[in-house]
Design a protein around this ligand. Structure first.
Ligand code: S3P
Length: 453
């Protein structure tokens, strides 16, 4: 059976896959470029004055959707050899797109672009697949409305402020001061990007520190941006609107979220020794690695170095006997995309792992908290799903389950990792969505010795 058609025609035949245990994993791999930095490279390159180049851009569906949207807004973007070239239109000079912008499955691309166009006096229509169309956009639209943005939803079928919808910026947008009420880098980033084409100072107050790629990259592109942190750790980020951005030459580091699948696989499959090279080590992204070390993982980081303002390194793991830990809620923003694969690691650990502060998992590509818990149960893992917690009682994992992925790439990859170490094979119902972030997942894991059928 195929998924229902979306407004943007994202119909596909499910592509199930089964993971088998048996082989130790070994070798050195490099994962594709970081998704967050890739989206931002295209967006900021589009509004810079002149020619930006990007090496190791993630060429996954989510990022390609952002590329097409930036082209529709006026940028010239093409790949020559291994390098992506962006001819930016300049800050304040985006064009009105002729067609709806189709973001597929991409929450980050769609939400950041809503911010980017919020200061422009023309309509922009956003569409996406059934997963994206069910995700809340009000968290981004509400602060943007304070600038004068008008929003027209075509449907309220999935709740208010859902795709498809059309936004139209004010002729004279006003700068906002916005305290982000949820821990969301997408909300922070949308408001900052809106501020770029609004006269005056836009201010974002961030009580919980989330990934900081937007503010780092804005500074790199020469925007007038400032960041201060008070004694309670509350960050205040300001950006001056209507100043020119300078084009950049960017090399995108390896995505720690993609690396996490090979890393957890290396830890749970007996006899394994796996190295993932050139992984982004920005501290707003490395919560999983800290947690795995607390669990007793044999995980070392070699060859630490800095490139383009970001620290990177090679992560080596060897099969380890893990033990359960309690993961504090304060760590959630630095590993928000890694809970499904952490839950898989916890399934093989001795004792109980308690994950706290997971409310944001409910509004990811699917309800990731529920999808993870159902996947664990389907494979005989003892777990308890709370409102914003997940408790996993680990031990040898039976497996043999059939996992529903709900159009969520990370649920698919996490449970395929489980099947590489469980007693019986694990089947996931659809791997189609893996291409949204990590098209190379299967061949990369197979190159380490993983067995799929
Ligand atoms: C992202 C922020 C996070 C994360 C997503 C990428 C970003 O979302 O889950 O995969 O690039 O800003 P939230 O801002 O909703 O936490």
């Amino acid at each position: 059976m195929s998924h229902p058609s979306s407004a943007s025609g994202h119909d596909h035949e499910p592509q199930p896959l089964t993971a088998h245990s048996g082989n130790a994993l070994s070798g050195t791999v490099k994962v594709p470029g970081d998704k967050s930095i890739s989206h931002r490279s295209l967006i900021l390159g589009t509004i810079a004055d002149g020619h930006t180049t990007v090496e190791s851009l993630l060429e996954a569906d989510d990022v390609m959707a952002t590329k097409s949207a930036m082209q529709a807004l006026g940028a010239t973007i093409e790949k020559r050899g291994d390098t992506w070239h962006i001819d930016g239109v300049g800050n304040g000079a985006l064009l009105e797109p002729r067609e709806p912008l189709d973001f597929g499955n991409a929450g980050t691309g769609s939400r950041l672009t809503m911010g980017l166009v919020a200061g422009y006096d023309f309509p922009v229509t956003f569409i996406g697949d059934p997963s994206l169309s069910s995700r809340p956009m009000g968290r981004v639209l509400n602060p943007l409305r304070e600038t004068g943005l008008q929003v027209k939803s075509t449907t309220t079928e999935n709740g208010p402020d859902r795709l498809p919808l059309t936004v139209h910026g004010a002729p004279l947008p006003v700068p906002v001061t916005y305290r982000v009420p949820v821990a969301s880098a997408q909300v922070k980033s949308a408001v900052l990007l809106a501020g770029l084409n609004i006269a005056g100072t836009t201010t974002v107050i961030e009580p919980v520190f989330t990934r900081d790629h937007t503010e780092r990259m804005l500074a790199g592109f020469g925007a007038n941006v400032s960041v201060t942190t008070d004694d309670d750790g509350v960050r205040t980020i300001t950006v001056e609107g209507q100043t020119p951005l300078k084009p950049q030459d960017i090399t995108v580091p390896g995505d720690p979220s993609s690396a996490s699948f090979a890393i957890v696989a290396g830890l749970v499959v007996p006899g394994s020794d796996v190295t993932v090279k050139d992984v982004l080590l920005n501290p707003t992204r490395t919560g999983l690695f800290d947690t795995l070390v607390e669990m007793g993982a044999n995980l070392t980081i070699e060859n630490r170095r800095t490139t383009g303002g970001e620290e990177i390194g090679d992560i080596r793991v060897r099969h380890s006997t893990l033990k359960g830990v309690s993961v504090p809620a304060t760590r959630a923003p630095s590993m928000i995309d890694e809970y499904p694969v952490l839950a898989v690691a916890a399934s093989f650990a001795q004792g109980e792992t308690v994950m706290n502060g997971l409310d944001e998992l409910r509004v990811k590509e699917c309800d990731r908290l529920a999808a993870t818990a159902r996947g664990l149960e389907a494979n005989g893992v003892d777990c308890t799903e709370g409102e914003d917690t997940l408790t996993v009682r680990g031990g040898p994992v039976v497996g043999g389950g059939d996992v529903e992925t709900h159009l969520d790439h990370r649920i698919a990859m996490a449970f395929l990792v489980m099947g590489l170490a469980s007693e019986k094979p694990v089947r996931v119902d659809d791997t189609f969505m893996i291409a949204t972030s990590f098209r190379e997942f299967r061949p990369l894991m197979e190159s380490l010795g993983a067995k799929f059928s």
